[in-house]
Design a protein around this ligand. Structure first.
Ligand SMILES: Nc1ncnc2c1ncn2[C@@H]1O[C@H](COP(=O)(O)OP(=O)(O)OP(=O)(O)O)[C@@H](O)[C@H]1O
Length: 690
């Protein structure tokens, strides 16, 4: 077998928005040998996104929504192969996670009352920084704009350097509107290093910092050259009203997670109070992105698949960690990023957890399981890495967070986030609603300890504070031990009198006879705790698009035919059924075979058009259909058919019963085509292509 090598120019980190073939210093020439079950003699032409986009459009994988009305940025419709592909990805996801791990699945409401998202922090903090052109009002997401402008300058610097020219030279692109030539300026070493440093940390800046960068490096609207406003925060949630009165404010959910947290009590009960366990949900989420772009990678409505794994904060070991500990992952931990490097280390997850690169076993377990899932889909291992969030990138409550990033022609893109969210979500919802979202564990040995406790003297407290009693009591009941000690001290200093705020924010006078604050010995027979949550969160559209790029290639032959080499499990259609021509002699066999294939749950496509066989095969190669059954005149006589494999274009010829059995095994990935080829003689070496 002649192995093929596909040379491809790919972007590394932070080159997300470059036009294909535009030179970029961060691009690296990436030569790799696809490991995906392809073992055939053919060559590929270099990747070209425009060719892929044509296939996506022509075969209607997905397309802009409402296009004949002009379309709306960030909204997409999926066509037949796109829908089938998404359904297969989700089916695999459910089998890989939900069924394999006995997760408790739910389907929650999309419309969410504002109070829920206020409590979760989304109303105040689910924002991006936005700047606008001070003259024409053009809007940009501030971090994306800084990124694009600095990368462009680095590109031009690289061009100037490679041309070995100093000072100003005229080499770069043309400003099409003004027909002016732009000067590519070689940057001084300090500025170059500063740009690279900013780009390495682009996800981590505050609005003020982005504003300072924009001022310091004189960043303007690239189209007009106009000044930009200071960055302002923009909330990404779509706001709505629930009901006809308009009084109940709501939002389209930006994630499925909150619905899962609110059902925690029910899940725990359903699970017979056993810990640890996970809930899971698949559904649409909505984010009003400032500038949607890069096709499916940044949209305003998308399918998420999220898992919330609830774990004891004192023991984050995972019972099945041993099963995954030897799996090697490409990790990009914080310390490597701090050095401005983008090359990941390859390390087993067992070692990564042992060395505390990854915080705990449960988080490590999920990183490994995410890796296995993505590889099973057809994502290339050499284009998959896990990047740890920098401390200022992580939510304040999270103790560790890793993104599964997949490399495509848009750069390294986060496709799955995996965070240890500690007890944050359950705590805030519990505080807000007074519903206890806790686990109770019977202790084999009672727990005895000293604690400062507050006991309210109801006989005095209520009558003295009257209508204010509730707000003061609510405040007092929230105090922790340290705050109770401070209150006790304040009463002592004030000779038995002090003031405290109520939950309404007003100050109230309280006296020592209202309550007792004292150290007590507590004996507990039940341990009560709020579980921590490890959350793997999958963006299905991003995974779907990245997968399409990873399996896309073009045969290096005269016709330069495109192929999508989806693994059989996820391919939209599994088998093409193609009669040699539309001769009526084939009709019965086509009908009979279609029925038998459907009965075997093999998704088929019948193509009895008058196009040549070669054309019909290549149409299905573009759809990623891995196999084709061809019916010819011999079939009518001896009940044999040929089975063609998409990537090798090789065929075998056997009796229908044998072919159906082989096909069933192939589509369920129980055998490989290589194995089939060793078992059955190859029928036709060359593609019939006339
Ligand atoms: N606008 C979007 N379009 C498509 N998928 C998205 C979008 N925003 C998030 N996702 C997907 O949802 C997953 C989980 O969402 P999460 O909140 O962690 O993303 P995020 O950190 O906000 O993403 P980004 O930083 O790229 O905006 C992401 O890993 C991604 O796959």
């Amino acid at each position: 077998m002649v192995n093929f090598i596909r040379s491809i120019v790919l972007q590394t980190s932070h080159c997300k928005f470059h036009i294909q073939n535009k030179f970029c210093p961060n691009y690296s020439l990436f030569v790799f040998q696809p490991t995906f079950k392809r073992n055939f003699c053919t060559n590929m032409v270099a990747f070209n996104r425009t060719t892929l986009e044509e296939v996506i459009k022509k075969r209607f994988f997905f397309a802009p929504s409402f296009q004949i009305y002009g379309g709306v940025a960030g909204l997409y419709d999926y066509g037949p192969p796109g829908c089938a592909l998404q359904a297969n990805i989700l089916d695999l996801w459910r089998r890989h996670f939900v069924l394999e791990e006995d997760m408790l699945e739910m389907d929650g409401s999309i419309m969410t009352p504002a109070t829920v998202l206020k409590t979760s922090g989304h109303v105040d903090k689910f924002t991006d920084w936005m700047v606008n052109d001070t003259k024409n009002g053009d809007i940009f997401r501030a971090d994306h704009l800084v990124e694009t402008v600095l990368e462009t300058r680095l590109n031009e610097d690289q061009q100037a350097r490679s041309a070995e020219l100093e000072g100003t030279i005229v080499v770069a692109s043309k400003d099409k509107k003004k027909k002016n030539k732009i000067k590519a300026v070689k940057l001084d070493e300090n500025t170059k290093a500063e740009y690279e440093n900013i780009l390495a940390k682009i996800d981590n800046f505050t609005g003020t910092e982005l504003g300072e960068i924009i001022d310091k490096y004189t960043i303007k609207n690239p189209e007009t050259g106009n000044d930009l406003s200071k960055p302002v925060e923009f909330n990404l949630m779509f706001e709505s009203n629930i009901g006809p009165t308009g009084q109940l404010k709501g939002y389209l959910r930006p994630e499925t997670a909150q619905g899962q947290f609110l059902n925690f009590k029910r899940f725990l009960e359903f699970n017979n109070d056993k810990m640890p366990f996970a809930s899971a949900s698949i559904g649409r989420s909505f984010r009003n992105e400032i500038s949607p772009r890069s096709g499916l990678l940044r949209v305003r409505e998308f399918t998420m698949a999220e898992i919330e794994h609830y774990v004891d904060p004192n023991n984050k070991d995972h019972p099945r960690f041993d099963e995954v500990k030897d799996i090697k992952l490409h990790l990009l931990p914080q310390n490597i990023q701090v050095e401005g490097k983008t090359n990941p280390i390859e390390i087993s997850i067992g070692e990564a957890v042992e060395k505390k690169i990854v915080d705990n076993q449960t988080l490590g377990y999920f990183l490994a399981r995410i890796h296995l899932f993505l590889i099973k889909l057809g994502i290339k291992n050499e284009r998959l890495r896990f990047r740890q969030h920098m401390p200022n990138e992580m939510a304040h409550y999270a103790c560790d967070c890793w993104d599964a990033e997949i490399q495509s022609s848009y750069g390294w893109i986060e496709c799955v986030g995996c965070a240890d969210r500690s007890a944050y979500d359950l705590t805030v919802h519990s505080n807000r609603t007074k519903e206890k979202l806790v686990v109770r564990e019977n202790l084999s040995e009672p727990l005895v300890y000293e604690k400062t406790v507050l006991e309210i003297n109801k006989k005095v407290f209520g009558p003295k504070l009257r209508q204010n009693a509730k707000t003061v009591e609510d405040y007092l009941l929230r105090l922790d031990e340290e705050q109770l000690e401070a209150l006790k001290k304040a009463l002592e200093v004030g000779n038995g009198k002090t003031t405290v705020p109520g939950t309404d924010g007003k100050e109230y006078e309280v006296f020592s006879e209202f309550f007792n604050i004292e150290r007590q010995t507590i004996t507990e027979y039940v341990r009560e705790y709020i579980p921590n949550v490890i959350e793997p969160s999958f963006g299905i559209g991003r995974i779907l698009y990245s997968l399409i790029e990873h399996v896309f290639w073009v045969r290096e032959d005269d016709e330069q035919r495109a192929v999508l080499s989806f693994p059989p499990l996820v391919s939209p259609f599994k088998c093409l059924l193609v009669p040699l021509s539309n001769n009526p002699a084939f009709s019965d066999l086509v009908r009979d075979l279609s029925a038998r294939l459907r009965k075997l749950s093999i998704a088929i496509k019948v193509d009895d058009s008058s196009n040549s066989i070669g054309r019909r095969y290549s149409r299905n190669d573009e759809l990623g259909t891995p196999f084709a059954i061809t019916i010819d005149f011999q079939s009518v006589n001896d009940n044999t058919v040929t089975l063609r494999e998409r990537d090798t274009t090789k065929q075998i010829r056997e009796k229908v019963d044998t072919i159906l059995q082989v096909l069933k095994n192939l589509t369920e990935e129980e055998i490989t085509w290589d194995e089939v080829m060793t078992k059955y003689p190859i029928f036709i070496q060359q593609e019939i292509d006339s």
